[in-house]
Design a protein around this ligand. Sequence first.
Ligand SMILES: Nc1ncnc2c1ncn2[C@@H]1O[C@H](COP(=O)(O)OP(=O)(O)O)[C@@H](O)[C@H]1O
Ligand SMILES: [Mg+2]
Length: 229
Amino acid sequence: MSDTDLIRLESVTRRYREGARSRCVLDGVNARVAPGEIVALLGRSGSGKSTLLNLIAGIDLPDAGRILVEGRDIAAMDERSRTLFRRHRIGFIYQFFNLIPTLTVAENVALPLELAGHPDRGRVSRLLESLGLAGRANDDPDRLSGGEQQRVALARALIHEPTVLLADEPTGNLDAETGEQVMGLLVRLVRERGATLVLVTHSPEVAAVADRVWRLADGRIRDEGGAGS
Ligand SMILES: Nc1ncnc2c1ncn2[C@@H]1O[C@H](COP(=O)(O)OP(=O)(O)O)[C@@H](O)[C@H]1O
Ligand SMILES: [Mg+2]
């Protein structure tokens, strides 16, 4: 394997307990992502896609195996280092936006900068403007349409310029046209910033924009390559 991999999964295993027995959701997953790649992660419901994203984010820990991001083993970090790693390196976009209802649009987007100790109102305004949300900065998120809310979530995931962006069915709760617009923005911003994206999707159209396609089944990833490989 190359030392230039941005993400590397080595024999990653994750089991969940079911009563007295345990179920192996990920069963020795091996995979790699190069810097700047967009990876589409496909697989039926319950196949372990969200589990895999949570492991890459350091939100969850594997039972065995290693997850390297920029060469650093996430599971081997202490809790504090892992939290800092996540705050600085990871952006996460969810299907149901997960905006904080008691904060304004701008405050939601500013949150990762606040947590990192680098508030920057100018940066927040510029990003909101580039996403067509300049006029919504002081609104409550629940006043916005689904597509607008997901654009806010996109801004929040990117504001701190993470190395790795993880998106769990980001268009799954949007109509087809709105979903296409959000995907277009997501891909544009990821490419502009040279970020790396792992994206869970059920949509063949969305998967078609990826550099690489992973199919998760029976606890393993099948790397189906991509248009360019
Ligand atoms: N915290 C948990 N405790 C027990 N089982 C879980 C937990 N999280 C996920 N699972 C189980 O692991 C499997 C994979 O879940 P998930 O990663 O959410 O799949 P997907 O995102 O592909 O639909 C499912 O069978 C789910 O029920
Ligand atoms: Mg899921």
